[in-house]
Design a protein around this ligand. Structure first.
Ligand code: ZN
Length: 594
């Protein structure tokens, strides 16, 4: 590892592989429009009368539209991401988005008509049966066309107005205070919460409390918004004949309520690990009365920066060490210029991997700064890339994955990298820093998101019997958080307003558990790899290559032989976390601690 002093060259991607010039893009736009006209003429109102061969032909025509539309969109989005300030790129993206809305607006009938099919097919339809089955499942909860249309219209002034108002309130939230250097500063949600990672404890406590109090100052409007969202959700699931508030989300995640329940139960019965970690951290950092403003406090030495060549080499070795095919797929991204890691003006911040169609290679975008997070991001996004490249063997309706399995390969890749870095670390402190960074990520994803879900369940249940007051929401919030933290972490007073700023509660009820679910799934798989070694790999690579062609439970049982509806599965994941905690304690608490 060397210092990042000489600004090593960062790779740029080459988008010519998508369209060599603008005329080939224009030709695709014209082709797409003609394909859509033909498809609508041929199939609208007729899907129910087709035999299986006819349906397969319809799917093949649909694939052509979908793949062409994706190519246009990927090209426009990546061009924009490279330089968001370019007016030409902005115009290209806007025209691709308008085209996409125009195309998919005309094709809405496809899934609606599929949803009304009886759902019994010959083997000719094997590749599409699962997709039709999902359309049929959704159809069972659809209202009449007239009601659906009126609902969409009324939502503009109903629940969408509520979520819009929430965003406006949160977006305009700010307060004045001194920053770490004593200068007068205006804090927003983002800058205030980033202070939780600051080394100065008094500063952390002050700014975190000020932020939460500022949220609390909006309690009248935030309480009203949340009550309306809860009631809207209740009216909706009841009228659509779901059996409970969480069921619509479980259906769209393609997981059974049983699997979700058993996952949440196991996580909740493992809260002790969280207390064990923070008790350790309080001792290591010598913090008396550890609070939830201390949970992200930096107490370990920063690892030295990684130049990009070293990062690339480590990530490839991490994947190749797991499986040679995985290593070669990942290194192919660099060989064919499909990674853009430059930090240049106008480039979109953050990181992503974009693979939108089985006909296209995926591209990876990141802003590489050389810190630990940066190299983990590289491993993460290339994990998505690996998943995409393997699932290209699936058709256009089967290759994408639902939320709960979308992060499997990316998070698995992060663990592979972390294990490699730990092995190659030059000091115990560096090992400890790597383990703690990983642990804090897991605690935030698995445990905190479960607390959020438990709060949400109770909020929805209470709204059944009438309007819920701000104080009551605060009570429920502190109770659920108290179960997690116990005596190990005391909550700052203003934390009672912690429920009021979580966007998922308002935007997408019960979204949060997917974070816990996805992360634990990966930990269980990794634990299985640890136990069975090589014999696990084929099943895992198969799992990735099947994309979203099966429901997650079936995917996992068919490939690696595990049952996500059993407690055992989730306990495997918990034992991985417990094992990490053992490693941390065996290295720490470190010098200078009694
Ligand atoms: Zn990801």
């Amino acid at each position: 590892m060397q210092e990042l002093s000489e600004k090593p060259g960062l790779p740029a991607w080459d988008l010519k592989a998508i369209y060599p010039d603008s005329s080939s893009r224009d030709a695709d736009v014209a082709l797409l429009r003609s394909l859509v006209v033909k498809f609508v003429e041929e199939y609208r109102g007729r899907l129910g009368s087709l035999d299986d061969d006819g349906l397969v032909r319809a799917f093949e025509a649909h694939a052509k539209i979908s793949n062409t539309s994706s190519r246009i969109m990927v090209h426009a989005y990546l061009t924009f991401a490279e330089n968001t300030a370019s007016t030409a790129a902005q115009a290209l993206l806007a025209s691709a988005e308008e085209l996409s809305a125009e195309v998919w607006g005309q094709l809405v009938f496809f899934e609606l008509e599929l949803g009304r099919l009886p759902g019994q097919f010959s083997s000719r339809m094997d590749a599409y049966a699962y997709f039709v089955q999902k359309c049929v499942q959704r159809n069972a909860h659809n209202l009449t066309e007239e009601l659906e249309a009126y609902g969409i219209e009324k939502n503009l002034t109903g629940v969408q107005a509520m979520t819009g108002l929430f965003d406006e309130v949160m977006g305009s939230l700010s307060f004045e205070d001194k920053n770490a250097s004593g200068e007068d500063t205006t804090f927003t949600q983002e800058t205030a919460l980033s202070v939780l990672h600051h080394a100065d404890r008094a500063y952390r406590l002050r700014i975190y409390s000020r932020f939460l109090e500022t949220v609390g100052s909006q309690k009248t409007v935030l309480t009203s918004i949340y009550n309306n969202v809860l009631l809207d959700h209740r009216l909706d699931w009841k009228r659509r004949n779901y059996t409970g508030a969480m069921e619509p989300r479980n259906l769209s995640n393609q997981v059974s309520s049983r699997a979700v329940d058993s996952m949440l139960e196991i996580v909740q019965s493992s809260y002790r690990i969280v207390r064990r970690y923070y008790t350790w951290k309080a001792r290591y950092a010598k913090i008396d009365q550890f609070t939830n403003a201390d949970i992200y406090a930096p107490v370990l030495p920063r690892t030295s920066p990684y130049d990009f060549a070293h990062a690339q080499d480590s990530v490839i070795r991490a994947y190749a060490g797991f499986d040679p095919q995985a290593g070669s797929i990942v290194s192919e991204f660099f060989k064919t210029a499909r990674v853009d890691a430059r930090v240049i003006p106008g480039k979109r911040p953050g990181a992503f991997c974009y693979g939108a169609s089985p006909e296209l290679d995926a591209f990876v975008h990141l802003n590489y700064t050389g810190d630990l997070r940066s190299i983990q991001t590289l491993a993460h996004e290339l994990g998505h890339g690996l998943h995409h490249q393997l699932s290209r063997s699936q058709n256009h309706v089967n290759f994408g994955t639902p939320l709960v399995t979308a992060e499997t390969s990316s998070v698995f890749g992060e663990i592979l990298l972390n294990e490699l870095l730990i092995q190659e670390a030059r000091s115990k402190e560096e090992q400890l820093a790597l383990l703690c960074a990983q642990m804090e990520g897991i605690l935030a994803t698995v445990f905190r998101q479960t607390v959020l879900t438990r709060f949400e369940e109770r909020a929805h249940a209470e709204r059944d019997s009438g309007r819920v007051s701000a104080d009551r929401f605060s009570e429920l919030w502190l109770e659920e958080n108290g179960k997690l933290y116990g005596d190990a972490v005391s909550m700052v007073d203003a934390y009672k307003w912690g429920w009021a700023y979580i966007p998922h509660f308002v935007h997408t009820p019960f979204y949060c558990y997917a974070y816990s679910f996805g992360q634990l799934l990966v930990l269980a798989l990794y634990q299985e790899f640890r136990t069975h070694g090589d014999s696990f790999k084929d099943g895992y690579m198969k799992l990735l290559s099947l994309g979203g062609s099966r429901a997650p439970a079936k995917l996992v049982s068919e490939t690696v032989g595990l049952n996500i509806e059993s407690d055992d599965f989730w306990l495997r994941a918990v034992s991985f976390i417990e094992n990490m905690m053992d490693r941390i304690e065996s290295i720490g608490p470190g010098p200078g601690v009694a």
